[in-house]
Design a protein around this ligand. Sequence first.
Ligand code: 13P
Length: 250
Amino acid sequence: MRRKIVAGNWKMNKDLQQGMNLVEEVLSLSSPEDVLKIFAAPFIHITSAIEKVKGKNDYAVAAQNCHHLECGAYTGEVSAEMISSAGAGYVIIGHSERRNYFNETTSVLTQKVNIALANNLIPIFCVGENLEHRNANQHLEIVRQQLKEALYHLSAADFSRLIIAYEPVWAIGTGVTATSHQAQGMHNFIRSEINKKYGKEISENTSVLYGGSCNAENAKELFSCLDVDGGLVGGASLKAADFVAIANSF
Ligand code: 13P
């Protein structure tokens, strides 16, 4: 059975106090225990966030990025080992903001996935087309390539540890959400691609999250789709009530 997950990607928002207030508020509100709630906090907040969720099986902490190499003279960078040693269990890799603003190429993403897995971090691997690709009806092909190029070198055992997030770039931070029809279409496609490469059991057990203007109003409809296993939420994860409402939308 694949897990239902709602992950809040805070991006570069919240100072330490604000971030910890948000975590505390989320913890104080009730949400289903079978939904894993993940806080993808800025690096510097991770240790404090982990303290707050310690011992709670339905909460976890993620990093939003990691460096692609083990260690070394890379001033300002943070390694997968550091994140893991702080107690985080997850790391977002391949977010379109990293691909676009920080020029992260497929080869770097592949290394990030490898180093994350080697350090017992579960990658939340993001895929998604931009508006031109969608308008040109190339979205399926783009996502197929993104999966294939960055992930298909993995063994079945390693692939089965991943979480996939479909984030159409045109829906991120725009207020334009994919329709449930568009989301289900892509999620079903992703699952069928995984099935082709890794077989039915792994494809059925891989959580595929939707991201892109997911909020308390539209989450119920999106999560009712057969192949949508939850959300990777940006803006709406910054308000405890909204984030919890999304977690209550299954
Ligand atoms: P928004 O929910 O703000 O559109 O952001 C989505 C996202 O990029 C999550 O990773």
